[in-house]
Design a protein around this ligand. Structure first.
Ligand code: DX5
Length: 231
């Protein structure tokens, strides 16, 4: 099978919130494929971050796709508003949706890509009956809520299981996005397991040599040429 093109997606959660325009522009100039906006409500996860005004503001200042990760309870209430604000990819958690099929369908009807996320303890089988409807599967490799956490090693076999499920369902086009603790050390492992969209917060915005070098290092770690465009 041809190597899947790997996307590097900096998460602004680890950026300087007083200068988010500079953060997304740095990601753009570094050749990132998208930026991730982590929306947290203090209920679904023990943290509160940003919401609709920030997505709308970032939409105005970058051409990069906005990958919006809703770590909120009852995300159905805000799907329309986040797509309207500029989300290109909108991810909801399996654990937060009691009508997941309808939610995913609605995100797609609005013209955004529909992502479905699994927390570390949520088994891959929970995707069984939504495989044919999703555009992205997000496998959390930390417990959601904060940047800079340690990568959860035990999740790697789940990435393999999800990849196998998607491929067997004829959905080999659907990327697995991994989110949490992704660095030059862990990136090769998750790519080998079947992930192709890598979200990285602290490894990018916390890198002492800056965003450009951080993105270059991640691409180097997975054997990708540096620079823009699909690999
Ligand atoms: C965690 C967020 C992640 C986080 C990743 O709840 O969903 O996107 O920003 O941060 P790092 O890459 O620092 O683990």
């Amino acid at each position: 099978m041809a190597a899947r093109s790997v996307h590097i997606i900096p998460s602004i959660l680890s950026a300087d919130f007083a200068n988010l325009e500079a953060a997304v522009r740095a990601a753009e100039e570094a050749g990132a494929d998208a930026v991730q906006v982590d929306v947290m409500d203090g209920h679904f996860v023990p943290n509160i971050t940003v919401g609709l005004p920030v997505v709308a503001a970032l939409r105005r200042v970058t051409r990069l796709p906005l990958d919006v990760h809703l770590m909120i309870e009852a995300p159905d209430r805000y799907v329309d508003a986040f797509v309207e604000a500029g989300a290109n990819v909108l991810t909801v958690h399996v654990e937060a949706c009691c009508h997941l099929h309808r939610t995913v369908q609605h995100i797609r009807e609005l013209g955004a890509l529909a992502g479905v996320a699994l927390n570390p303890a949520t088994p891959a089988i929970m995707l069984q009956d939504i495989l044919h409807d999703v555009d992205v599967v997000v496998v959390m490799t930390v417990n959601p809520g904060f940047g800079g956490q340690a990568f959860i090693e035990s999740v790697v076999p789940k990435i393999e299981r999800v990849r196998h499920m998607l491929d067997r369902a004829g959905r080999s086009d659907v990327p697995i996005e991994v989110d949490g603790g992704i660095s030059k050390r862990t990136a090769p492992r998750v790519v080998a397991a079947g992930a192709s969209w890598l979200v990285a917060g602290s490894a990018v915005y916390g890198h002492p040599a800056g965003v450009r070098e951080a993105v270059r290092e991640l691409r180097e770690a997975i054997g990708q040429e540096t620079g823009k465009g699909d690999r």
